[in-house]
Design a binder for this molecule. Structure first.
Ligand code: MN
Ligand code: MN
Length: 300
């Protein structure tokens, strides 16, 4: 059950209107690393989880993300308040309104002009929100790792947004949102490592002969060795050749005879003739001199 509380999770004090900044903040409202994506990610994972502790944590964090959505949406709303009234009432000269909403060379048509000052479910470039931002796969050792990465990305976007505004109140609220993503990252890491068998994800063991091999697939100057490919951690194959399984590296399939006949007939019907040099439409329309035109001439 959800109930709405009329107060925000964190107090929002915006110094002054700034439609351009409102636009940029939409990245964390309806963007891929935004609060709606985070809320939907943890909410749907929580609904499907059978572990009581993890389910509880996912529901707590999902609901907090909705509270963050409310905060970032309120920031957008406050930053657009000035332009909203002016646009709705048409109280200023056209040029004045345009100068106000695009003041610092920003592009604020999204939030102020198209959506009348309210936060739309788009990213900062106007791309509509999509459930494709949620990459849940229903295996907790994979999903928690993805959640950790999602929190890291959200933290970075908040950091960039903080770095580009001098509005003390906006900075303050964004600092809270950024910090909470760090706290969530810690919870998800703890939840992941509190599963004793968390690696590799899933139940099937890796195939032993390939599991600890490092293939040096990028040849040339600049090969580097570190713990990621060290002899201590890996069997390092300096010059990998096909095929690593000991086979001949070609692809094959065994077909029933009727399918094999159809396939052979199709291959024969669509075969290329290396002896032809046909004139093409592009050559017929070419502006190159007649002397350069390629004529039909069979190669011997
Ligand atoms: Mn959040
Ligand atoms: Mn979070």
């Amino acid at each position: 059950m959800f109930r709405h509380v009329k107060k925000l999770q964190y107090t929002v004090r915006v110094e002054k209107p700034n439609p351009g900044l409102a636009n940029l903040l939409l990245e964390q409202f309806g963007g891929p690393q935004g609060e709606l994506a985070a809320a939907c990610r943890y909410f749907t994972q929580g609904l499907g989880d059978d572990d009581p502790g993890r389910k509880d944590m996912l529901m707590d964090i999902a609901t907090e993300e909705l509270s963050h959505l409310e905060i970032i949406g309120s920031l957008v709303g406050m930053l657009n308040k000035g332009a909203k009234g002016q646009l709705a009432e048409g109280t200023e000269e056209e040029g004045e309104i345009y100068r106000n909403i695009t003041g610092a060379g920003n592009d604020s048509h999204l939030t102020s002009l198209l959506y009348g000052g309210g936060p739309p479910l788009t990213n900062s470039a106007g791309v509509p929100w999509t459930a494709a931002y949620v990459d849940t796969i229903g295996e907790v050792t994979a999903d928690l790792r993805s959640n950790i990465a999602a929190e890291a990305r959200a933290k970075i976007l908040y950091e960039r947004l903080i770095n580009m505004t001098d509005d003390v109140g906006v900075k303050d609220a964004l600092g809270f949102l950024m910090t909470r993503e760090v706290a969530h990252q810690i919870s998800f890491e703890k939840a992941l490592y509190s599963i004793r068998n968390n690696f590799p994800p899933g139940k099937l063991p890796p195939i032993e002969q390939y599991a600890n091999v490092y293939y040096n697939m990028s040849a040339g100057e600049g090969d580097m060795r570190g713990s990621w490919n060290s002899d201590e951690n890996f069997e390092f194959v300096a010059d990998p050749a096909p095929a690593v399984d000991g086979g001949d590296g070609s692809a094959s399939v065994t077909l029933p005879s009727d399918q094999a006949t159809d396939l052979a007939n199709m291959a024969s019907r669509t075969a290329s003739d290396p002896g032809l040099n046909p004139t093409t439409g592009a050559e017929l329309g070419s502006t190159l001199g007649e002397a350069n035109q390629i004529k039909d001439k069979p190669r011997s």
